[in-house]
Design a protein around this ligand. Structure first.
Ligand code: NAP
Length: 303
């Protein structure tokens, strides 16, 4: 039996593993995809204290190495279900394996929200992308659009402007949710055009995307812009569906306060999947520390 099983090897999960291992807890992380979570898709991280500039991939890799060097174990397997037992928890993996732990930290993160419009799934990889750093290079010399008004969308648009001929940044409101420093930087780029207040109504082109039809949110007017790619960056959805019968959720997010304790004793929540206001790299890592220390208290002191 492991002391702590951590579900998800993003910044929250890996930070939790660092704290757990430093306290001598045997620690296993289960990750369904790549370690690092969403930060691996961020071109530049410039707001992590004491690290002026680092790529998201390098940040994630440093974190991963730090946790592994401290003796954490990472297995690439999806957690299918978790059940409370008399001695702790049974964690059943998609592979069929059942692992056991005294405490569990859910650091499952979130995945990209889809627009939910016709042909979005069909055009995935044929013009539709949710990851500018992964797919941007395919659009060198072409025209693309980014949809969204948060930090991700504006960062993606800036990043793409360095690769493609022209970027449209489409957002449904005239005001951006993204930080001013990013919006100001985007406005200075000669090949980046801001298109507000518009929503993407339909996707054009067969078999590849050739354009998008937009609707003006204020006056209902429509217009079409020709693009080879559309990068959708309209926020995230928590990856909590498999745990909806295990812990209390609120709007899909795991209900847990700043102490990261869920309604189930011995289960803790950390990172973007937890109910919270600010979802940043710093707050994910901080959650990891808090959740691990709470799990350690639970194991050692029963509180
Ligand atoms: P976000 O902050 O939730 O922003 C999502 C954006 O998409 C919003 O502008 C929203 O519009 C728009 N949107 C949502 N649903 C839409 C729909 N159906 N159609 C059209 N537009 C839609 O998401 P995010 O940018 O991915 O960021 C997620 C979190 O990570 C945030 O806390 C963010 O600060 C953080 N983050 C931080 C950094 C950084 O610090 N460098 C980088 C990336 C992300 P409205 O504004 O009108 O609601």
């Amino acid at each position: 039996m492991a002391d702590i099983i951590i579900v998800g090897a993003g910044p929250a999960g890996l930070s939790a593993a660092i704290y757990a291992r430093r306290a001598g807890m045997s620690t296993t992380l289960y990750e369904a995809e790549m370690y690092g979570g969403q930060i691996v898709n961020t071109p530049e991280v410039e707001n992590y204290p004491a690290v002026a500039k680092i790529s998201g991939f390098d940040f994630a890799t440093n974190l991963y190495n730090q946790a592994m060097n401290l003796g954490a174990v990472l297995e690439f397997d999806k957690v299918a279900s978790i059940a409370k037992t008399e001695s702790g928890f049974d964690v059943t993996l998609a592979s069929g394996k059942v692992d056991t732990a005294k405490a569990v930290i859910l650091a499952v993160g979130a995945s990209n929200r889809h627009l939910g419009i016709a042909r979005e799934e069909e055009l995935l990889g044929k013009g539709i992308s949710y990851c500018a750093t992964c797919d941007g290079a395919f659009y060198k010399g072409k025209t693309v659009a980014v949809n969204g008004g948060g930090n991700t969308a504006v960062e993606d648009a800036i990043y793409l402007a360095g690769i493609v001929d022209k970027v449209y940044l489409i957002h449904r409101r005239n005001e951006f949710r993204a930080e001013d420093v990013l919006v100001d930087a985007a406005k200075k780029l000669p090949n980046l055009e801001i298109v507000t207040p518009y929503v993407v109504e339909s996707l054009l082109g067969e078999p590849k995307l050739t354009g998008v039809e937009l609707t003006n949110k204020e006056d209902g007017s429509k217009k079409t812009i020709d693009v080879n790619g559309l990068f959708v960056a309209i926020g995230q959805e928590p990856k909590t569906a498999d745990f909806k019968d295990l812990v209390t959720l609120q709007g899909g997010y795991i209900e847990a306060g700043e102490n990261c304790k869920t309604n189930v004793e011995g289960i803790f929540a950390a990172g973007d999947a937890r109910v919270k206001k600010i979802r940043q790299l710093t707050t994910a890592c901080a959650d990891g520390a808090v959740a691990a220390l709470a799990a350690i208290d639970y194991i050692k002191l029963g509180v």
